[in-house]
Write a protein that binds this ligand. Structure first.
Ligand code: KG4
Ligand code: ZN
Length: 352
Protein backbone atom coordinates (compact mmCIF):
# COMPACT_ATOMS: atom_id res chain seq x y z
CA UNK A 1 0.00 0.00 0.00
CA UNK A 2 1.46 3.34 -1.04
CA UNK A 3 0.56 6.52 0.78
CA UNK A 4 1.36 10.01 -0.49
CA UNK A 5 2.22 12.22 2.49
CA UNK A 6 1.99 16.00 2.37
CA UNK A 7 3.48 18.32 5.03
CA UNK A 8 3.20 22.12 5.07
CA UNK A 9 2.82 23.05 8.75
CA UNK A 10 5.70 25.54 8.98
CA UNK A 11 8.45 26.57 6.59
CA UNK A 12 9.02 23.35 4.65
CA UNK A 13 6.87 22.15 1.75
CA UNK A 14 7.26 18.38 1.69
CA UNK A 15 5.80 15.37 -0.11
CA UNK A 16 6.74 11.69 0.11
CA UNK A 17 5.59 8.28 -1.00
CA UNK A 18 5.89 5.55 1.64
CA UNK A 19 5.06 1.90 1.00
CA UNK A 20 3.47 -0.23 3.73
CA UNK A 21 4.34 2.35 6.38
CA UNK A 22 8.07 1.54 6.22
CA UNK A 23 9.70 1.82 2.82
CA UNK A 24 10.42 5.40 1.73
CA UNK A 25 10.10 5.43 -2.06
CA UNK A 26 10.64 9.20 -2.20
CA UNK A 27 10.90 12.14 0.20
CA UNK A 28 11.09 15.66 -1.19
CA UNK A 29 11.54 18.72 1.03
CA UNK A 30 11.54 22.29 -0.31
CA UNK A 31 12.99 24.54 2.35
CA UNK A 32 12.07 28.20 2.68
CA UNK A 33 15.20 29.09 4.64
CA UNK A 34 16.35 31.56 2.00
CA UNK A 35 13.05 33.43 2.38
CA UNK A 36 12.91 33.61 6.18
CA UNK A 37 16.61 33.62 7.11
CA UNK A 38 17.04 37.35 6.73
CA UNK A 39 14.04 38.08 9.01
CA UNK A 40 15.44 36.02 11.91
CA UNK A 41 12.40 33.70 11.99
CA UNK A 42 9.45 32.37 10.01
CA UNK A 43 7.16 35.06 8.56
CA UNK A 44 3.74 33.33 8.37
CA UNK A 45 2.36 35.23 5.38
CA UNK A 46 5.51 34.61 3.34
CA UNK A 47 5.42 30.94 4.33
CA UNK A 48 1.88 30.50 2.94
CA UNK A 49 2.89 32.07 -0.38
CA UNK A 50 5.98 29.89 -0.66
CA UNK A 51 3.89 26.76 0.02
CA UNK A 52 1.50 27.80 -2.77
CA UNK A 53 4.40 28.15 -5.15
CA UNK A 54 6.05 24.87 -4.15
CA UNK A 55 3.22 22.41 -3.52
CA UNK A 56 2.54 21.33 -7.13
CA UNK A 57 6.18 20.74 -8.18
CA UNK A 58 7.06 19.11 -4.84
CA UNK A 59 4.20 16.58 -5.08
CA UNK A 60 4.95 15.93 -8.74
CA UNK A 61 8.64 15.30 -7.98
CA UNK A 62 7.77 12.98 -5.06
CA UNK A 63 5.53 10.88 -7.34
CA UNK A 64 8.13 10.81 -10.13
CA UNK A 65 10.99 9.84 -7.82
CA UNK A 66 8.84 7.07 -6.35
CA UNK A 67 7.95 5.90 -9.87
CA UNK A 68 4.36 6.11 -8.77
CA UNK A 69 1.23 7.56 -10.36
CA UNK A 70 -1.79 8.78 -8.43
CA UNK A 71 -3.57 5.63 -9.63
CA UNK A 72 -1.08 3.52 -7.59
CA UNK A 73 -1.89 5.31 -4.32
CA UNK A 74 -3.99 3.79 -1.53
CA UNK A 75 -4.48 7.10 0.33
CA UNK A 76 -3.26 10.65 0.79
CA UNK A 77 -2.10 11.77 4.23
CA UNK A 78 -1.75 15.42 5.19
CA UNK A 79 -0.66 17.32 8.30
CA UNK A 80 -3.74 18.91 9.91
CA UNK A 81 -1.92 20.63 12.83
CA UNK A 82 -0.38 21.91 14.96
CA UNK A 83 1.26 24.62 12.88
CA UNK A 84 0.69 27.89 11.06
CA UNK A 85 -2.91 27.93 9.84
CA UNK A 86 -2.16 29.62 6.51
CA UNK A 87 0.62 27.11 5.81
CA UNK A 88 -1.42 24.07 6.87
CA UNK A 89 -4.30 25.21 4.66
CA UNK A 90 -2.20 24.93 1.50
CA UNK A 91 -1.34 21.27 2.11
CA UNK A 92 -4.82 20.36 3.32
CA UNK A 93 -6.62 22.04 0.42
CA UNK A 94 -4.31 20.42 -2.11
CA UNK A 95 -4.73 16.97 -0.50
CA UNK A 96 -8.51 17.34 -0.42
CA UNK A 97 -8.64 18.33 -4.09
CA UNK A 98 -6.52 15.31 -5.11
CA UNK A 99 -8.64 12.96 -2.99
CA UNK A 100 -11.86 14.39 -4.39
CA UNK A 101 -10.69 14.18 -8.01
CA UNK A 102 -9.31 10.63 -7.70
CA UNK A 103 -11.72 9.18 -5.06
CA UNK A 104 -8.88 8.45 -2.62
CA UNK A 105 -9.13 8.21 1.17
CA UNK A 106 -7.96 11.38 2.97
CA UNK A 107 -6.12 10.91 6.27
CA UNK A 108 -5.33 13.88 8.55
CA UNK A 109 -2.18 13.42 10.66
CA UNK A 110 -1.02 15.27 13.76
CA UNK A 111 2.44 16.74 13.06
CA UNK A 112 3.77 15.54 16.45
CA UNK A 113 2.59 11.99 15.73
CA UNK A 114 4.49 12.32 12.44
CA UNK A 115 7.72 13.15 14.31
CA UNK A 116 7.26 10.05 16.50
CA UNK A 117 6.76 7.88 13.41
CA UNK A 118 9.96 9.28 11.89
CA UNK A 119 11.84 7.23 14.51
CA UNK A 120 9.85 4.11 13.66
CA UNK A 121 10.62 4.52 9.95
CA UNK A 122 14.29 3.94 10.75
CA UNK A 123 14.19 1.80 13.90
CA UNK A 124 10.98 -0.05 12.98
CA UNK A 125 10.78 -3.51 14.47
CA UNK A 126 13.33 -2.84 17.21
CA UNK A 127 11.05 -0.50 19.17
CA UNK A 128 9.25 -2.13 22.10
CA UNK A 129 6.22 -0.77 23.92
CA UNK A 130 5.43 1.02 26.12
CA UNK A 131 7.83 3.51 24.58
CA UNK A 132 8.68 7.00 25.72
CA UNK A 133 8.79 9.68 23.03
CA UNK A 134 10.51 13.03 23.44
CA UNK A 135 9.54 15.39 20.61
CA UNK A 136 11.93 18.36 20.54
CA UNK A 137 11.55 20.88 17.76
CA UNK A 138 11.09 24.58 17.15
CA UNK A 139 7.45 24.32 18.23
CA UNK A 140 7.43 21.48 20.78
CA UNK A 141 9.20 19.96 23.73
CA UNK A 142 6.78 17.20 24.68
CA UNK A 143 7.10 13.85 26.44
CA UNK A 144 4.60 11.13 25.55
CA UNK A 145 3.98 7.60 26.62
CA UNK A 146 3.38 5.55 23.45
CA UNK A 147 1.50 2.29 23.93
CA UNK A 148 0.98 -0.59 21.52
CA UNK A 149 -1.37 0.41 18.69
CA UNK A 150 -0.20 4.05 18.89
CA UNK A 151 -2.15 5.34 21.87
CA UNK A 152 -0.52 8.42 23.35
CA UNK A 153 -0.47 10.00 26.82
CA UNK A 154 1.11 13.38 27.44
CA UNK A 155 3.53 13.22 30.41
CA UNK A 156 5.13 16.67 30.27
CA UNK A 157 5.67 19.65 28.01
CA UNK A 158 7.33 23.03 27.93
CA UNK A 159 5.54 25.80 29.77
CA UNK A 160 7.16 28.50 27.65
CA UNK A 161 9.72 28.20 24.85
CA UNK A 162 10.37 24.98 22.97
CA UNK A 163 13.99 23.77 23.03
CA UNK A 164 14.51 24.60 19.34
CA UNK A 165 13.02 28.03 19.91
CA UNK A 166 15.54 28.62 22.73
CA UNK A 167 18.36 27.63 20.35
CA UNK A 168 17.04 30.00 17.69
CA UNK A 169 16.57 32.92 20.11
CA UNK A 170 20.01 32.55 21.70
CA UNK A 171 21.59 32.41 18.23
CA UNK A 172 19.63 35.46 17.13
CA UNK A 173 20.61 37.60 20.10
CA UNK A 174 24.28 36.89 19.32
CA UNK A 175 23.75 37.86 15.67
CA UNK A 176 23.61 34.44 14.00
CA UNK A 177 21.02 33.87 11.23
CA UNK A 178 17.88 31.71 11.55
CA UNK A 179 17.70 28.83 12.35
CA UNK A 180 20.36 28.95 15.04
CA UNK A 181 20.05 25.34 16.22
CA UNK A 182 22.25 23.74 13.55
CA UNK A 183 24.87 26.52 13.89
CA UNK A 184 25.14 26.15 17.68
CA UNK A 185 25.34 22.38 17.18
CA UNK A 186 28.40 22.81 14.94
CA UNK A 187 30.13 25.41 17.12
CA UNK A 188 29.46 23.98 20.60
CA UNK A 189 32.24 21.34 20.42
CA UNK A 190 34.78 24.18 20.13
CA UNK A 191 33.74 25.84 23.41
CA UNK A 192 34.08 24.90 27.09
CA UNK A 193 30.71 23.53 28.30
CA UNK A 194 31.72 24.26 31.92
CA UNK A 195 32.61 27.92 31.28
CA UNK A 196 29.22 29.35 32.27
CA UNK A 197 27.20 27.69 35.04
CA UNK A 198 23.49 28.07 34.30
CA UNK A 199 20.97 26.92 36.88
CA UNK A 200 18.56 24.15 35.92
CA UNK A 201 14.81 24.78 35.96
CA UNK A 202 12.90 23.31 38.91
CA UNK A 203 9.25 22.89 38.04
CA UNK A 204 6.49 23.33 40.58
CA UNK A 205 3.58 20.99 39.91
CA UNK A 206 4.39 18.51 37.16
CA UNK A 207 8.14 17.81 37.52
CA UNK A 208 8.18 16.42 33.98
CA UNK A 209 7.35 19.82 32.45
CA UNK A 210 10.12 21.87 30.84
CA UNK A 211 10.96 25.57 30.90
CA UNK A 212 13.58 27.28 28.75
CA UNK A 213 12.70 30.96 29.16
CA UNK A 214 14.84 31.30 32.32
CA UNK A 215 17.87 29.90 30.51
CA UNK A 216 17.25 32.23 27.56
CA UNK A 217 17.09 35.23 29.92
CA UNK A 218 20.27 34.08 31.70
CA UNK A 219 22.08 33.92 28.35
CA UNK A 220 20.78 37.40 27.49
CA UNK A 221 22.04 38.76 30.82
CA UNK A 222 25.46 37.16 30.27
CA UNK A 223 25.68 38.62 26.76
CA UNK A 224 24.85 42.10 28.05
CA UNK A 225 27.19 41.90 31.04
CA UNK A 226 30.06 40.77 28.82
CA UNK A 227 29.30 43.14 25.99
CA UNK A 228 28.97 40.30 23.45
CA UNK A 229 26.10 41.68 21.39
CA UNK A 230 26.73 42.41 17.74
CA UNK A 231 30.02 40.49 17.60
CA UNK A 232 28.67 38.29 14.82
CA UNK A 233 27.49 40.03 11.69
CA UNK A 234 25.09 37.54 10.11
CA UNK A 235 24.82 39.61 6.95
CA UNK A 236 28.47 38.89 6.17
CA UNK A 237 27.87 35.21 6.74
CA UNK A 238 24.56 34.45 5.06
CA UNK A 239 26.14 32.87 1.96
CA UNK A 240 26.45 29.33 3.35
CA UNK A 241 29.60 29.78 5.44
CA UNK A 242 31.78 26.79 6.19
CA UNK A 243 32.62 25.66 9.72
CA UNK A 244 36.01 27.37 9.31
CA UNK A 245 34.25 30.67 8.47
CA UNK A 246 32.07 30.39 11.56
CA UNK A 247 35.03 29.63 13.78
CA UNK A 248 36.99 32.55 12.35
CA UNK A 249 34.12 34.96 13.08
CA UNK A 250 33.15 33.64 16.52
CA UNK A 251 35.28 34.72 19.52
CA UNK A 252 36.24 32.07 22.10
CA UNK A 253 34.01 33.49 24.92
CA UNK A 254 31.01 33.17 22.55
CA UNK A 255 31.97 29.57 21.75
CA UNK A 256 32.19 28.90 25.51
CA UNK A 257 28.77 30.46 26.05
CA UNK A 258 27.22 28.37 23.26
CA UNK A 259 28.77 25.17 24.61
CA UNK A 260 27.49 25.95 28.12
CA UNK A 261 24.02 26.77 26.82
CA UNK A 262 23.88 23.52 24.84
CA UNK A 263 25.12 21.47 27.78
CA UNK A 264 22.33 22.93 29.94
CA UNK A 265 19.60 22.24 27.34
CA UNK A 266 20.78 18.64 26.95
CA UNK A 267 20.83 18.17 30.72
CA UNK A 268 17.27 19.52 31.03
CA UNK A 269 16.06 17.18 28.29
CA UNK A 270 17.82 14.04 29.51
CA UNK A 271 16.90 14.51 33.18
CA UNK A 272 13.19 14.47 32.39
CA UNK A 273 13.59 11.79 29.74
CA UNK A 274 15.13 9.49 32.36
CA UNK A 275 12.57 10.35 35.06
CA UNK A 276 9.56 9.79 32.77
CA UNK A 277 11.01 6.57 31.34
CA UNK A 278 11.32 5.23 34.90
CA UNK A 279 7.80 6.39 35.71
CA UNK A 280 6.12 4.47 32.85
CA UNK A 281 8.56 1.54 32.70
CA UNK A 282 9.53 2.43 29.12
CA UNK A 283 11.13 -0.37 27.11
CA UNK A 284 12.32 1.98 24.32
CA UNK A 285 13.08 5.69 24.21
CA UNK A 286 12.43 7.70 21.06
CA UNK A 287 13.85 11.19 20.48
CA UNK A 288 12.61 13.09 17.43
CA UNK A 289 11.99 16.58 16.00
CA UNK A 290 14.49 19.08 14.60
CA UNK A 291 16.58 19.26 17.80
CA UNK A 292 16.99 15.45 17.66
CA UNK A 293 19.53 16.00 14.89
CA UNK A 294 21.80 17.70 17.46
CA UNK A 295 25.08 15.78 17.65
CA UNK A 296 25.66 16.74 21.30
CA UNK A 297 22.21 15.46 22.32
CA UNK A 298 22.71 12.20 20.41
CA UNK A 299 26.08 11.57 22.04
CA UNK A 300 24.83 12.47 25.53
CA UNK A 301 21.72 10.26 25.18
CA UNK A 302 23.86 7.31 24.09
CA UNK A 303 26.14 7.75 27.10
CA UNK A 304 23.40 8.50 29.65
CA UNK A 305 22.16 5.88 32.05
CA UNK A 306 18.67 5.28 30.71
CA UNK A 307 16.31 2.37 31.38
CA UNK A 308 16.03 1.30 27.71
CA UNK A 309 17.63 1.67 24.27
CA UNK A 310 17.42 5.13 22.66
CA UNK A 311 16.35 5.55 19.03
CA UNK A 312 16.76 8.65 16.86
CA UNK A 313 15.57 9.19 13.29
CA UNK A 314 18.27 9.78 10.69
CA UNK A 315 19.09 13.54 10.59
CA UNK A 316 17.06 13.97 7.35
CA UNK A 317 13.97 12.53 9.05
CA UNK A 318 14.51 14.54 12.28
CA UNK A 319 13.49 17.85 10.75
CA UNK A 320 10.13 18.36 9.02
CA UNK A 321 9.42 15.96 6.17
CA UNK A 322 6.42 14.19 4.64
CA UNK A 323 7.67 10.59 4.91
CA UNK A 324 6.87 10.73 8.62
CA UNK A 325 3.33 11.92 7.83
CA UNK A 326 2.74 9.07 5.36
CA UNK A 327 4.19 6.58 7.88
CA UNK A 328 1.91 7.82 10.68
CA UNK A 329 -1.12 7.44 8.40
CA UNK A 330 -0.41 3.78 7.60
CA UNK A 331 -1.83 2.24 10.83
CA UNK A 332 -4.84 4.54 10.48
CA UNK A 333 -5.44 3.30 6.93
CA UNK A 334 -5.20 -0.31 8.15
CA UNK A 335 -7.80 0.48 10.82
CA UNK A 336 -10.08 2.01 8.18
CA UNK A 337 -9.73 5.45 9.76
CA UNK A 338 -10.14 8.32 7.31
CA UNK A 339 -11.33 11.91 7.23
CA UNK A 340 -14.00 13.62 5.21
CA UNK A 341 -13.72 16.97 3.49
CA UNK A 342 -14.55 18.83 6.69
CA UNK A 343 -10.90 18.24 7.76
CA UNK A 344 -9.51 21.62 8.77
CA UNK A 345 -6.26 23.26 9.75
CA UNK A 346 -5.80 23.37 13.54
CA UNK A 347 -3.06 25.63 14.88
CA UNK A 348 -3.04 24.04 18.35
CA UNK A 349 -4.06 20.46 17.64
CA UNK A 350 -3.14 18.32 20.66
CA UNK A 351 -1.94 14.72 20.27
CA UNK A 352 -3.28 13.59 23.63
O1 KG4 B 1 11.07 19.72 13.53
P1 KG4 B 1 11.47 21.02 12.90
O2 KG4 B 1 12.08 20.97 11.51
O3 KG4 B 1 10.27 22.01 12.81
C1 KG4 B 1 9.31 22.15 13.85
O4 KG4 B 1 8.38 21.32 13.89
O5 KG4 B 1 9.54 23.06 14.67
O6 KG4 B 1 12.49 21.72 13.94
C2 KG4 B 1 13.11 22.95 13.66
C3 KG4 B 1 13.86 23.37 14.92
C4 KG4 B 1 14.50 24.75 14.83
O7 KG4 B 1 14.24 25.43 16.03
C5 KG4 B 1 15.98 24.44 14.67
O8 KG4 B 1 16.83 25.44 15.19
C6 KG4 B 1 16.11 23.17 15.47
O9 KG4 B 1 14.92 22.45 15.20
N1 KG4 B 1 17.26 22.39 15.05
C7 KG4 B 1 18.32 22.11 15.83
C8 KG4 B 1 19.22 21.37 15.03
N2 KG4 B 1 18.68 21.21 13.78
C9 KG4 B 1 17.47 21.84 13.81
N3 KG4 B 1 18.57 22.42 17.10
C10 KG4 B 1 19.73 22.00 17.63
N4 KG4 B 1 20.65 21.29 16.93
C11 KG4 B 1 20.44 20.95 15.64
N5 KG4 B 1 21.34 20.25 14.96
ZN1 ZN C 1 8.23 19.56 13.15
Amino acid sequence: MRILGIESSCDETAAAVVEDGREIRSSVVASQLATHGKYGGVVPELASREHLRAIVPVVRTALQEAQTTIADLSAIAVTEGPGLVGSLLVGITYAKALCFARSLPLIGVNHIEGHIHAVLLDAGGQVEFPALALVVSGGHTHLYEVREGFAYRLLGKTRDDAAGEAYDKVAKLLGFPYPGGPIIDRLAPYGDPEAVKFTLAHMKGNALDFSFSGLKTAVLRWVEQHDMRGEIDARRLLQQPSLEDWLRFTPQPTLDLLASFQRTVIEELLRRLAASADQIGARSLLISGGVASNAGLRAAARNARLPGPVFFPSPALSTDNAAMIAAAAFPKLLRGQQDDFSLRAQANLALA
